[in-house]
Design a protein around this ligand. Sequence first.
Ligand SMILES: Nc1nc2c(ncn2[C@@H]2O[C@H](COP(=O)(O)OP(=O)(O)OP(=O)(O)O)[C@@H](O)[C@H]2O)c(=O)[nH]1
Ligand SMILES: [Mg+2]
Length: 304
Amino acid sequence: MKTGFVALAGRPNAGKSTLLNRLVGQKLAIVSDKPQTTRNRITGVRNFADGQVVFVDTPGVHRPLHRLNVRMVDAALEALREVDVVTAVVDASEPSGAGDRYVMDVIRNVRQPRVLALNKVDLLQKEQLLPIIERYDRTVGFSDIVPVSALSGDNVDRLERVILSLLPEGEPLYPDDHLTDQPERFFVAELVREQVLQHTRAELPFASAVVVDRFEEADEKGILRLYCTILVERESQKAIVVGRAGAMIKSIGTAARQELERFFDLRVFLDLHVKVRPDWREDERALDELGLPKARRGARRPKR
Ligand SMILES: Nc1nc2c(ncn2[C@@H]2O[C@H](COP(=O)(O)OP(=O)(O)OP(=O)(O)O)[C@@H](O)[C@H]2O)c(=O)[nH]1
Ligand SMILES: [Mg+2]
């Protein structure tokens, strides 16, 4: 049996979370077309006939302008030190620039075997692919480079075989029904935040966060009751999230409730509030309360 931890790392918006969900076969990480969607490490376990892989989705590596983003990038860099195999995820449909070079400098310096998942190949012509593969092969050097589409699932099975071949031998780390390390509350907050991201534009997606105030287990009618607060930084942002006569918060709530019902396979009552917490992105205490990972410099790999 092969077993171990595999990080999915790369720039914001490369498709890491889409790939995690595809690899695990379940929606564990929220996805959006805006960068910096993922703020925490998210684990997802996949069992194969010949092994068990703990995939670790990470926040996109970018130049951090707020304390929130410092924590996000730290969490990603730390994950790279803890895993057995690093999978760099690149959006092959985007021209490579300074951000890409920065990430590749980080990847070049990891000690573990590294694989490149060239993602979004559904947006490319076949003949565009070869020069990209050659460039990464020449400039970074990978054990393997696998073109994939996380969206369609195309070639993801090949990526899985490559990753398994690079993992150490060992017994499974988790029982085979263990899917993730994140608690249920985490998924509640994330699924609500996903709808905030989908319904808003410009600064708002970056300036909002979700706190679960109360999580009431399903009652005898089978209804799960969830009470959440959406944090924003300014009154003007609150006005947008609430919307005219509450129209926006209502449609965020309806969409989030449907996602939550699918996730928990239960009927859900969802209560949403909007609260202004000025500059929460710079506020270490707020970030702690939101469960954003504290930088643990020099942390060791997870216990086995
Ligand atoms: N066409 C296409 N789009 C994709 C593919 N994979 C992801 N996307 C889209 O790319 C966008 C970003 O996807 P995410 O999975 O959120 O990207 P991420 O790397 O996790 O982003 P951060 O969490 O912000 O770092 C979404 O709109 C996805 O639907 C793919 O293979 N093909
Ligand atoms: Mg993500």
